[in-house]
Design a protein around this ligand. Structure first.
Ligand SMILES: *Cc1c(COP(=O)(O)O)cnc(C)c1O
Length: 385
């Protein structure tokens, strides 16, 4: 291998280790809804995005057909299960059509790059997901980052001079803070500026809104022509989709490179996602349970004298500041039977390392009580140490 590259790898790894930034995956075994086994130890899993508790629901295994796709969708990878899933999603979200993508990351990269080009202007929330950032970069459009969830700043960003197309791109729910973008106000600004509104609702689809449709419960297709959602979070499976007007979907089917040049996700995943979607539509109690647990967590944190996250969603960040503190508390919680990962920069800003607690319909109030008790003890010890 190249000597220069060897040195680059060694110095990067060394620097990551020195700064407590070295990351490693650990094997996490499913151990029942809301539970996980880590290094032979059972714990309550408070860091999965399985908001409705469907990822380990055995009903999703029913009627599974062939495992593989063996081609991209435009060749032979588009199965009856994929077609049915696209129709079911379009019907649920009240959109003309839906196009599936292998993952949410590839969806955002491929769609932003296909829609925008050099000479266009794109206003982006400062905390947008990495995949949106990469899509914008690849497109060559002029990027204007506005202050997080600041509608006035978004309006100013859209007003910059531009000869081409204008667009506003945002997450609906911000994945590390759990707060929600002011989508109605942003839709008004986009309309005023004759700009495309593009919303990534990875954490809202299935959980938020009166009917559980996330941002689609708030904005029509007219107001929001490009709605991206994922199947790997509340819908408990894997893959992603974009929903919108027929012409936009036709265009993306012809122009989104990450869809055209990538193998479609497995037909059995599409089949499982169809079951997950049916359960999501029928079992509203799962969303109620998430809402109850959020209120319960807030009440318990408050009475324990701990900071209460300013988040109305299942994502509840406990910001601790220093990386080493976040890591130590996370390790300590694991020893007490609670799996909560520490999130460090560059995923979050410097000095804002945190525990990212996620609540799901598979959790109980007793488990949340246990988490708050363990957290209070761990934090006390971390501060004394
Ligand atoms: C998780 C996530 C994605 C990526 O989706 P995957 O299907 O996991 O690749 C995209 N956007 C946001 C906001 C996310 O949280």
């Amino acid at each position: 291998m190249s000597g220069g590259l060897n040195r680059r790898i060694a110095s990067t790894l060394e620097s990551l280790r020195q700064r407590d930034r070295f990351r490693q995956r650990r094997v996490v075994e499913p151990a029942g809804p809301g539970l996980a086994r880590v290094a032979g130890r059972d714990c309550v899993n408070f860091c999965s995005n399985d908001y409705l508790g469907l990822a380990q629901d055995s009903r999703l295994l029913r009627g599974l057909d062939v495992p593989g796709s063996a081609a991209s969708a435009l060749v032979t990878g588009y199965s009856p299960a994929h077609a049915e899933l696209e129709e079911a999603l379009a019907d649920w979200l009240e959109r003309d059509r839906v196009l599936l993508f292998p993952t949410g990351f590839s969806a955002n990269v491929g769609i932003v790059d296909a829609l925008l080009q050099r000479g266009d202007l794109v206003a982006c929330d400062a905390l947008n997901h990495a995949s949106l950032i990469d899509g914008v970069r690849l497109s060559g459009a002029d990027k204007r980052i506005y202050a997080h969830v600041d509608v006035g700043a978004a309006r100013d960003a859209l007003a910059a001079p531009c000869e081409g197309v204008r667009a506003l791109v945002t997450d609906a729910v911000f994945s590390m803070d759990g707060d929600i973008a002011p989508v109605r106000e942003l839709a008004i600004e986009a309309r005023r500026a004759d700009a495309l509104l593009y919303v990534d609702d990875a954490h809202g689809v299935g959980v938020l809104g009166p009917r559980g449709r996330g941002v689609a419960d708030e904005l029509s297709q007219d107001e929001l022509p490009v709605l991206v959602g994922t199947l790997g979070k509340a819908l408990g499976t894997a893959g992603a989709f974009v929903a919108g007007p027929a012409a936009v979907i036709d265009y993306l089917e012809n122009r989104a490179r990450s869809q055209i040049y990538s193998t479609a996700f497995a037909p059995m995943t599409a089949r499982a996602a169809l079951t997950a979607l049916a359960i999501t539509r029928e079992e509203a109690w799962r969303r109620d349970q998430v809402r109850n647990l959020i209120a319960h967590l807030h009440a318990r944190l408050r009475s324990a004298g701990l900071p209460v996250p300013d988040s109305p969603t299942a994502i509840q960040p406990i910001v601790l500041g220093r990386d080493s503190v976040a890591l130590r508390v996370s390790d300590d919680l694991l020893a007490r039977g609670f799996l909560v990962t520490a999130i460090r920069p560059p995923t979050v800003p410097e000095g804002a390392a945190r525990l990212r607690v996620t609540l799901t319909a598979a959790h109980t109030t007793e488990q949340v009580d246990g988490l708050v008790d363990a957290l209070a003890t761990s934090l006390l010890e971390a501060r004394v140490a």
